[in-house]
Write a protein that binds this ligand. Structure first.
Ligand SMILES: *Cc1c(COP(=O)(O)O)cnc(C)c1O
Length: 459
């Protein structure tokens, strides 16, 4: 084992000397130093200074069954002893990816029966782009290449992931998006549909997609991709009728409907998948994060009959795959993770108890002077902090106030995520009413301190 008896300062020094972090300003980090997480249990993580931190983000939207479930460690150990690795290329497989595919076929949206594995959400979205383009190619429609996505979408951080994503800041670095990726307005009513009804706004947002299809020409459009609820984009919950309209549109123009279930999958909405919550039948889904509750890296693409039939029946090869596709240890851990979610009734508990409670409690902040909107669905929720509550005016440029509030949350030993000027949460499915109550106390304190702070500064 590596030496694990250094103190906080020593870890921070080595971290700063040698370790590059994702999405980080390293000059800033080297002055503050990293928070060093040294243990984790249930809905809490503990740092090297002994702080007990309520993790309302489930790591990065992924630790669905909570921390410290030794069953997963036992399964990983056992599988490592039996077959730690073998590939799934060349007409070969180990048993865990086969069994995991069977289990997934039972719980994924109707019609999705085949699964292709990777090790991250970004990878699986990359697989989708290659798979769908190859699909149209086999059908003789070589020009159907463009993917339509949405502003504020998050689909990962590789070249394709960031191109599919609709994050302006990411596009600003490294000449993105790549050609063949385009973005339309997201169903973010608070910003884009201030004065109209939910239903009217859904029609408007879907009309934008249709206009984009017509502008590009349906013969050039491969697919539409979206998260059921845009998570990292700021917990953007679409109007109830949005997704069925999108589904109809894709059918009408013969466009593949891809749903990115990386956050919404595995219980976040109280259903196994967000697609089931919105009652749609995607052609393709991608998943990662919650499939192993983050205990090991694993992701996948679920492929519906429309697409899989072409690959399976036409005897066409697809030159694509990863060394770790169907990794036996990760797949074994996923099977155990899904067993726990199912046998412990976590979906029912989220749906009937903890999600309604979280949604009710967080809506109490609707009256807070800083809060423009409270939104959420299932165990995804957030408060949008605004400059002017009556006029629904957002802070411009965005981000400053969100960061101030996030730092107050950190000081109050609460993990929530700042997205622009909203504070978002996505707790483990094991979150209790008691922990939700604790979160609300800490969040109130943080919002109040933020309000005090911003009175003193120029925004
Ligand atoms: C996190 C995320 C991804 C990317 O997954 P990685 O494992 O970080 O590559 C893709 N889509 C959504 C919706 C995500 O939240």
């Amino acid at each position: 084992m590596f030496i694990d008896n250094r103190n906080t300062k020593q870890w921070q020094k080595i971290d700063s000397d040698h370790h590059l972090h994702p999405f980080t300003d390293h000059k800033l980090l080297s002055t503050s130093g990293s928070k060093i997480i040294t243990s984790a249990k249930g809905n809490y993580v503990f740092d090297s200074e002994g702080n007990e931190i309520l993790d309302m983000m489930a790591g990065l939207w992924c630790v669905n069954i909570g921390y410290g479930r030794n069953e997963l460690a036992e399964v990983a150990k056992k599988q490592m002893e039996i077959v730690p690795y073998y590939n799934t290329f060349f007409k070969t497989s180990t048993t865990p990816p086969i069994e995991l595919s069977r289990v997934l076929a039972e719980i994924t949206p109707d019609g999705i029966e085949h699964f292709f594995f990777g090790s991250s959400g970004s990878e699986s979205n990359d697989t989708v782009v290659r798979l769908v383009r190859r699909y149209w190619d086999i059908l003789g429609k070589k020009n159907k290449k463009t993917f339509i996505s949405r502003t504020y979408a998050y689909h990962g951080s590789t070249m394709v992931g960031a191109s599919l994503g609709g994050m302006e800041a990411m596009h600003g670095q490294g000449d993105l998006p790549l050609p063949g990726f385009t973005h339309v307005m997201p169903p973010y009513k608070y910003k884009f549909g201030k004065d109209i009804s939910e239903e009217e706004f859904a029609v408007l947002a879907v009309k934008e997609i249709e206009n984009k299809i017509l502008e590009l020409g349906p013969d050039n459009v491969a697919a539409f991709i979206g998260e059921p609820i845009q998570a990292a984009g700021g917990v953007i919950v679409p109007p109830e009728n949005y997704w069925s309209l999108v589904q109809n549109l894709c059918d009408q123009y013969d466009i593949i409907l891809c749903v990115d279930e990386v956050v919404c999958g595995f219980g976040r909405t109280g259903e196994w998948f967000g697609s089931q919550h919105f009652n749609i039948k995607p052609d393709i889904i991608t998943f990662a994060k919650g499939i192993t509750s983050g205990y090991l890296p694993l992701s996948g693409v679920g492929v519906g009959k429309k697409v899989s039939d072409v690959f399976i029946n036409q005897g066409k090869d697809f030159y694509h795959g990863y060394t770790y596709s169907g990794h036996p240890v990760a797949c074994a851990v996923a099977i155990e993770n899904l067993r726990i979610i199912k046998e412990e009734g976590m979906l029912e508990n989220v749906k009937n108890h903890t999600a309604p409670y979280l949604q009710k409690r967080i809506r109490e902040f609707q009256d807070h002077p800083l809060v423009g909107e409270v939104r959420g669905q299932g165990l995804l929720a957030g408060v949008e902090l605004v400059k002017n509550k009556e006029k629904k005016e957002l802070f411009d440029p965005p981000g400053k106030v969100g960061n101030i509030c996030r730092d107050h949350c950190t000081n109050n030993n609460l993990v929530m995520r700042a997205v622009r000027d909203g504070m978002m949460c996505s707790p483990p499915l094991t979150i209790t009413k008691e922990d939700i109550d604790k979160c609300m106390v800490k969040l109130k304190k943080s919002l109040d301190s933020t309000l005090e702070d911003i009175k003193k500064i120029d925004l």
